[in-house]
Structures are given as C-alpha cells and as structure tokens.
Design a protein around this ligand. Structure first.
Ligand code: PLP
Length: 372
C-alpha cells in the first residue's frame, strides 16, 4: 500500500449502470449508448470506465481530447471513439492515425483533416441549438453536410447537439433546442443527408427526455452512478444506478484535545468539549476542497459520520470523533459507504454549491485508483 489515501473504482458498478441506462433507453427503434469517458472517465480512470461501459453494452465512447482517445487505443480498445469538439489542427494526424471519429462544425476543419491525411474519416456534425458553446448554426447544417459529402477526407456518420438544461425536466428550453434540432434534421433529410447516428442526450437527456434519444445517447455522469442534478435524483434512484467510486483513507494519528483548543490553519474551529481528533492523510491537493470544513463536510469512521474540524490542509484533514474509540489505521470513508451510512459526491456538491461532476473530476492524479 503506497499511501493511506486512495480511491476505489468498481468496474462492475459502471458496467451495471450502462446496462441499466441501455435498457431504459430501449424504444421502438434501436438506440446506441456511447459512454462519455473524457477527463479520465470523470476521475474514475478512462480505460477502466471505457472497458466497463463496453462490457455493459455501450457501442462507442466519447472523449474531449485526441490524447484521451489515443490512451484508449493504447490500451487496446478498438470501439468507435468520438472526439466531442474540433481540436487544434496539429492534433489531426494523430486522430487519423488512431482511427478516431471527429466532430466538425467549420469547413476549415474538413480542409485541415484532408491536409492531415484523413480519408473517409467518420465525422459528426455538431449543431449549436442554443447552448452557445460550440457547434455550427442550424441554418448552416445543409451547407456543412454538402461540404462533408464533397470532402474525400470525411464520411457523414452523425449529427448532434448538446442540451443546456436537460437536468431541469420542466425547463422549456430543452423543447426549444430539440425543435431547432428537428428542423435542421428535416432540412438535412430533404437535401438527402441522413447520417446513421443522430444524438442529443447527455445523462439527464437520456433519462428524462425520451424525445432526445434519437438513435444514440451520450451519457457521462450517470454511468458513474452519480445524479446529474437534484431534479433528476429520483429518476437516477429509480433506475438503480450505483456510485462507482469511493474515496478512502486510514487514520494516521489520534489525539485527545481539551475543550477550548483550536485547530488547523487560522484556528477557525474551537472545541466546546474534550474530544478525540483523528488526522486523515488526504487534503486539497488530492481533491478534498479546503472549504469542505466551512461547508459542514463529514466523513465516516467506525460506521458513523464525523465532522471535519478546521480547514482542510494540502495533505491532511482532521475529524472530530467525540469519545468513540478510534485508532491509527482505522478505515475512513470520505465518499462511499460504511455500515449503514453513505456520503456521496452529490452530498459534497450540495454542501459546496457545485455539481457532482466537479467533485469526481477534482480527485487528483495523486490519488491512486484501485479496483473496488
Ligand atoms: C457534448 C457532450 N455530450 C455528452 C456529455 C455527457 O454529459 P453528462 O455527463 O451530463 O451525461 C458531455 C459532458 O459534458 C458533453 O460535453
């Protein structure tokens, strides 16, 4: 054991989550699941996540960067891999050499792809239907499809968009985006362009909005068993998705402190009564936010919730264990289950005013990922 802080990642949970999502999106027509494994599989390990997702029935993978696709290929994964945005042109020879599918929204990119030696590279046309992040205007869809058709560098494999508020089930903007997308699909079809894959749904889209499923869905967070937002918690729970990652450590030091003592940088916490403090060797350099103390963060020791006391430091934090017995080497669960207690990434996110995505992506490379 290299250090007393690590993450455990359950491939079985990711596999089961993908299976559950896939069976949930089955409809009158076949819907493919392409699992989003960018950002090192949302902190779970990109290759681990990819293998588990494929075992669970995913037929393709999505990444943000060419290098993330290269890492999958280096691990022997030969499933289709889509890079979700246009990339610097000097990355294109690498993308071509590794058989990655590419996202296109400008004709210059097709020229760059040809210059990079691309021949019949499967491309997906990205349309921006309102998120204002990346993608072509829907009005330009047909012109871009014509450019793809005319380019020897590319074949028109897919067309897609991305939803801004899919995790707010009643928000009218999803319908507006899908209306714009459908109008663009009609225009493409009328011009004779009907790519095999049509996709719009992230996790929340796939779970909440049947209309957004088209012929493929792109779930990310849900395959890791984390809810994309509070308004879809219930549906994530009904689907039986289970968190795949737990963040664990061992107590590295135990001490009794007297009432009136203060603790950690800034001495921001004062003990009201005598108590036992356990030091845990994990800190903000590992992805436990410094402000989790002020936000009321808790971890599990001996099957009970223990308050973080004092600001989280770079490599260590402290827990108030009251008068319960605790010893060096005891198991600490920062995210995960112990006994009948559970702390989730979503709980951290709620406390910190952020989203589960940021919590798991923030667990740093210094934390070893072990099979769990
Ligand atoms: C284009 C695109 N599709 C799909 C996803 C997956 O989203 P989620 O993790 O909410 O399922 C992302 C993630 O940010 C994305 O950028």
């Amino acid at each position: 054991m290299s250090r007393w802080a690590w993450a455990e990642v359950s491939s079985a949970a990711i596999e089961a989550n993908v299976r559950r999502l896939a069976s949930n999106v089955v409809s009158a027509w076949p819907v493919e699941v392409w699992a989003v494994v960018k950002a090192d599989g949302y902190g779970h390990g990109g290759v681990t996540a990819a293998r588990a997702a494929l075992a669970g029935g995913a037929t393709g993978l999505c990444v943000a960067l060419v290098q993330e696709g290269v890492a999958l290929r280096a691990a022997g994964i030969d499933a289709p891999v889509l890079v979700l945005t246009e990339q610097p042109h000097d990355e294109l020879p690498t993308a071509v050499a590794h058989g990655l599918q590419l996202t296109v929204y400008r004709t210059e990119y097709l020229d760059a792809l040809a210059a990079a030696g691309g021949v019949d590279v499967p491309v997906h046309l990205k349309l921006d239907t309102g998120m204002q992040r990346s993608g072509a205007r829907p009005a330009d869809a047909v012109a871009l499809a014509e450019a793809i058709a005319a380019s020897p560098a590319a074949t028109f494999e897919g067309v897609f968009t991305h939803l801004a508020v899919a995790d707010e089930p009643d928000h009218p903007f999803t319908r507006e985006q899908l209306d714009r997308f459908d109008a663009a699909l009609d225009a493409l079809s009328a011009a004779g362009h009907r790519p095999r894959l049509v996709h719009a749904a992230n996790s929340a889209g796939a779970i909440v909005h049947p209309r957004a499923r088209y012929s493929m869905v792109r779930p990310g967070l849900a395959i890791y068993g984390i809810s994309p937002g509070p308004e879809v918690d219930g549906m994530v729970c009904d689907l039986g998705l289970e968190p795949a990652l737990s963040l664990r450590a061992r107590v590295s030091m135990v001490k009794r402190v007297a009432a009136g003592s203060r603790i950690s940088y800034g001495l921001r916490h004062t003990f009201d009564v005598d108590t036992t403090v356990a030091t845990v060797p994990i800190g903000y350099a590992d992805g436990v936010p410094r402000r989790l103390f002020a936000a009321g963060g808790e971890a599990l020791v001996g099957g009970r919730r223990r308050r973080i006391v004092g600001v989280v430091t770079m490599d260590q934090l402290m827990l108030d264990c009251g008068d319960d017995p605790v010893a060096v080497g005891d198991d600490v669960v920062l995210i995960g289950s112990q006994g009948d207690q559970q702390v989730t990434a979503s709980e951290w996110a709620d406390r910190l005013g952020t989203i589960g995505y940021e919590i798991v992506c923030g667990i740093s490379a210094r934390v070893e990922r072990r099979p769990g």
